[in-house]
Every structure is written in structure tokens, then in C-alpha cells.
Design a protein around this ligand. Sequence first.
Ligand code: FES
Length: 546
Amino acid sequence: MWQAKLRIISGLTLFAFVLTHLLNHAAGIISFQTQNQWQQWLLGPWQTDIGKVILLSAFVIHALNAVYSIYQHNSLKLAKWQLAQLITGLAIPFLLIEHIAGTFVAEELLRVNHEYMSVLAIFWHVDTTKAVTQVITLLVVWTHGCLGVHYWLRVHASYRKYQTSLLGIAVLIPTLALAGFISAGQQLLRDFSEEILLMHLAEANITADTTATISSWVSQGRWLLAAIILFPFVLRWLKRWLQQQATATITLANGQHIPLNREVTLLDNLRQYNISHAAVCGGRARCTTCRVRVLEGIDYIPPPSPLEQQALTKIKAPRDVRLACQSRPKGAITIQPLLAPKASPEESLKPGGLEGQEQEVAILFLDLRESTRLAEQRLPYDVLFILNQFFSEMTEALTQTQGHYAQFAGDGLMALYGIHGDNPQRACRQALKGAKTMLEKLDRLNRRVASELDKPLQIGIGLHFGRAIVGSMGPPTAEMVSAIGDDVNVAARLEGLSKQYQAPVIISAALAQQAGIKPPVTALHQASLKGRQDLVSCYALTKEDL
Ligand code: FES
């Protein structure tokens, strides 16, 4: 949280600096004398001692934040916009160092005067390649800043309303700045002879010696920057390597942990600790009764051998299902056996497991926000009264939309749509309708119990469409038809994003596609979900969007 806040505050500070810089460039459309006059108003505050401290702090914080993000991100498989932001962000220090060294640093250490006329004389008279670099720098910095601001604000409905106009302004500002930069440079060449320009540069202490000193700073600085940027990548690699070397464990779905022996198969690992596990063919990759779903750490198991792959293909196993008798995990994994330990030969080579079957289904997760706070502020009877009313409304919404109630979790529930093998599109549409009905019923409930609450009840809903093992599960006396699997976890984690994206409903792009709907593109996100390598496309929607 603090990290995100620091990134935003430092980013906005730098964005403000770049904006004033560009506006100052734009003044060159009038004349470079105007640029010099505007400089004291637009850039003057940044050149005071306090301004320099703020600017330098923002730069250091933003850069360190980026370095730390690279290090701690689970995966560097990024969405296109994130990749663009990362690349532009990494390029900025390399591009900007020459400008900073030649202006602010040189002024402090070499007593160089970097007023506009001196800078323009260097760009347009001494070395025009520097002018080209300056233009590229300007575009890269501005693009990076605009991407950051856009993806920060896009979850806000008010921003989405003005997005097109703001895009126009975002294009106009650098265009004017470039025009001003070129125009001022041309004016300088027109109005002053070479002798005067050289004399001016000499007065500003921009000599061959100071230029050589600045160049050597720049080349040394770029090496230092390269080392700083490489540092988090090296740390990431080291962290992963150390994790692989450390004693790893196998975690079973019931929470039991056993140490992992990397030299033997998963089945042998389980047997070493007397954990019963189905293996009708005795570990010959013929029966598939030893199949497990790998809930976490699938990448720590080397790809299936041709023999295992052949067996997996026969049961149409998804990527996260592996044969325990053939897999040799190299790191920590969490598994869910898919057949009972006493599986019979009849269950061999049949898809599915757990007396259920693997099928496509729409999954809905619902969570009541701040239920702990509610419990702390109310008497237990009041809380029970409100919760019972809440669940009564929500289950009514399920009944009305043919949703199947599949799990209860104190302040939330899971529901399934399409468990009877219905048409997938219909199942997804019903799930969306279910979410909308829940929100409508919540509004009604909030009006009814307004006097009991200091603020209205809020919910978060996650919706996803995918494959899951659907079957009867739970304690023998209280079995219910529910679902397990990776896609169920995705739905649960999407629900968790509703708070982050400040939207009551998060639906996966997979569900939107199956339902045949096209949510607003501005609501699209690429989310990184715990336990998944790849980003998941999802939409953050309001009741009106459904
Ligand atoms: S035990 Fe039969 S395939 Fe693994």
C-alpha cells in the first residue's frame, strides 16, 4: 500500500516537473526570449533549494520503487501497456542523464550557466545530435508519464468521461513543446552569428574542457545506471535459485505437508510418508488413477514424458493435472488427488475424478465487505439478523437466475451456473444476471436496514468461466455439489480484486467472451493472480454495466 502511494506521489511530482518543462519549451513558438522569461516562472520553483530536494527525492523514490517492483513481481510476463511503461521507464535514466549532467549538475559543480540560450546553442549550433536525443527523451518521458497517469485513473468513472479530451491534451502538449523547441532553435541561428554564439557559450563556461568533463560523467553514469537496472534482475534470479535449493515440501489439499525428495516420483514421495494414494496399474502410466491436480507449483514439475503425455491425452487432462507415478517435482508444490485412494480399475482412463466430472461451468464468488467491522460494532443478535437477511436476498437472487448454491463461507458464498451441462453461453449470461440481481437486492436490503447501519452494506463479486471438477463433496453427513479446480480459484481471486479496482463486479474476459458480451474496453484490466504465472484479462464492472 505504502509502496503504491509513494509511486503515485513521486510519479505525479515528476509528471508536474515534465509538464512545466514542456510548457516552457512551447514558449519557443513565440521566441526564445519568451522561453527565458517563462523559465523563471515555470522552472524557477524547481531550481530553488526546496524544489531541488523535492525533485531529487521524487526521482530517487520513483526509481527505487521501479527497481523494487522488478525484484518482487512474481512474473515479468506483463500486459503490453505495462511492458511499454517498463521499457520507457528503464530508458529514461539513460536518455536523461546527459541533459541533467549538462544542466543542473554542471551548474553546481562547474559553474556552467544553463539558461535557455546556452542550451539551445549547444543543441542547434554545436551538436545537433543532442537535439535529436532531446526530442526522443521528451517523447519517451511524456509517454511514460501519461501511461502511468492513465492506468492510475482509468478505474474512476469521472476520468473515463473526459478520457478522449485528455488524450487530445496529452498529444497537444508535446507537439507544442517540440514546435517551440525547433522554432526557438531556428530563431537563434537566424538572429545570432556564430561568433556571438561561441562568445555566449564561453561566457556560460561551456568550453571544450567542461564539455569533455560532462561527457565523461555521462559515460560513467550510464555504466552505473546499467548496473543499478541489472541489479533487481540478478536478485530475482538468485531468489528463484535459492528457493529451488531450499528444502521444499509437498502440500496436500487437506493442509498436510511432507518433505520433498527430488530424486523420486511424487507417488513414491507420498508412499514414503504412508499417505495412501490410488495407483491401480502400480505406477506404469496405464491407469491414470494416480492423477493429481497441481494447485500450486506446476512449473516445478518437468514437462510430461511421451508415456505420461499419452496417458494424460487419453483422459483429456488439462495442463495442471499430472500423474503422480511419473512426475518428479523439483520444488514446492500443492496437490489435490483426483481419485479416492481405493480407486477401482473401472475408474482407469475415465476423465474427471472425485466421483464427479470435469466440466465447463460459470463460477460466482460473493463476499460481504467489512463483515468483521459489522461484527465488532453490533450485538451478535443484530449481526445475525442482518446476515440472515443478506443471505436470504442473495440466495433468492440465485434461485431466480438458476444458480446453484455451492459453498457457504460465513460472509460469502460460491455459486455455479451450468452444472447440468447447459449451453455455456446461457450459463454465463445467467451468472451475469445473477450478479446484477444480487446488487439490486442488496440496494433493496440497504434501504430496508438503513436505520440499523452507519453505512450501506457492500459486496464484491467475482465471475469466471472455465473447467472445474464438479461433484458431491464435503463431510459424509453434509455433502453438497460443489466444484474445485484452478478456474474456481481464479473466480475467488477475481472477487478479491473488486476492492482494488473499486468496482462491485469483476468478470473474467473468458466469461465475457462465452456470454457474447462486450464490456467497455476502459474497464479492461490485466490482473496478476496469486498462484498463476500468466496475467488474467478481466473487466471491473458496475451494476449499470451488467
Ligand atoms: S499408477 Fe497407474 S498411471 Fe500412475
